[in-house]
Design a protein around this ligand. Structure first.
Ligand SMILES: Nc1ncnc2c1ncn2[C@@H]1O[C@H](COP(=O)(O)OP(=O)(O)O)[C@@H](O)[C@H]1O
Ligand SMILES: [Mg+2]
Length: 315
């Protein structure tokens, strides 16, 4: 039994190719779990299938093989419990910021009065600091403000899970930074479970509890799960001062530069590790490798007993 809210079990995505050719396998043997309230980021090079995975979690695409289980149920289509924030904001251009959020709120709460819908939509526009701009159309808003409307719209339906596909990648560095702060403060209030794609290592270190490292395609897979070893109360301004910052950052950069390529095409895949990719904790003292076969751990397992029993070892 697992306590995960989201389980991806043996996902694969294959596309048919020309006659006589084997199908193109974008990814296969993809396994991961995300716990209630966890913030997981996935990092991997372009084309390895990250957006396909996110869309499958959203119920907007399907995997060729495998199962996605959310809250004990198979994902079979979109749900208001899983909101998506896309890279482009995907706003209705003819509606104001408020109108865009109200549309989402009224799809969730069909029995609410106009006044109730408006009040609820304004609450979420306030949360992302858009009060005062609520009557502007998307064309009158900056890129950062449009993305804020997208975030307010997704949050306003109070989904159990937030799925974000490189939500800040089209924004300048300053706007990106302030939106990252906003996501952190909103998340502190809402305690949502979040799955986010990024190609920015620093963004992942600031936001995520754990980072899924994906190999290059074809036959991409999750090669490793990196635990964020920075303190939970971290901010953009003090992140780099922590002793674990560079070990954590270097570990991920090294993966993206070297190992993601070496492991492409399914190379180096150990059968026992496919289902439970290795979990690692990079710290100033070195990178420890955390045993993943949780089911075999005794209930009273602690860090000290794990160490004695060899369940936690230096990599
Ligand atoms: N209809 C299709 N036929 C063949 N390959 C496709 C098709 N649609 C998508 N792909 C391939 O699937 C891969 C994964 O795409 P995507 O999920 O967008 O990757 P990412 O988000 O990691 O950049 C890409 O390499 C793309 O070329
Ligand atoms: Mg993508």
């Amino acid at each position: 039994m697992t306590k995960a809210l989201i389980s991806a079990e043996g996902l694969a995505k294959r596309f048919p190719q020309g006659q006589g050719q084997p199908p193109l396998t974008v990814f296969e043997n993809l396994w991961f779990e995300i716990a209630h309230g966890e913030f997981a980021c996935i990092i991997g090079h372009s084309g390895c299938g990250k957006s396909t995975i996110l869309n499958a979690l959203a119920g907007l695409d399907t995997a060729s093989e495998g199962n996605i289980i959310v809250g004990g149920k198979h994902v079979e289509g979109p749900s208001l419990d899983r909101a998506v924030i896309f890279q482009g904001n995907a706003l209705m251009p003819w509606l104001s910021a408020l109108g865009n959020v109200e549309l989402a709120v009224s799809s969730r709460h069909k029995d609410w009065s106009r006044a109730e819908v408006r009040e609820h939509a304004m609450k979420y526009l306030d949360l992302v600091h858009l009060n005062g701009s609520e009557l502007k159309k998307p064309s009158q808003l900056s890129g950062g403000m449009k993305q804020r409307v997208g975030i307010a719209r997704a949050l306003s339906i109070e989904p159990q899970i937030l799925l974000m596909d490189e939500p800040f990648s089209a924004l300048d560095a300053l706007t990106r930074g302030s939106l990252q702060d906003e996501v952190l403060s909103v998340r502190a209030k809402t305690k949502q479970t979040i799955f986010m794609i990024t190609h920015d290592v620093d963004e992942a270190m600031l936001l995520a509890d754990k980072i899924l490292l994906m190999t290059n395609g074809p036959k991409a897979r999750i090669a490793e799960i990196v635990e964020n070893t920075l303190p939970k109360e971290r901010s953009r301004t003090d992140l780099h001062k922590h002793p674990n910052y560079y070990p954590l950052r270097n570990h991920m950069i090294e993966f993206l530069v070297t190992r993601s390529r070496e492991l492409a095409g399914g190379a180096g895949a150990k059968p026992g590790e496919l289902r439970h990719p290795p979990v690692v904790r990079p710290t100033i003292g070195g990178t420890t490798h955390v045993e993943t076969a949780r089911s075999s751990q005794p209930a009273e397992s602690t860090a000290a007993t794990d160490l004695q029993a060899g369940r936690v070892s230096a990599a």
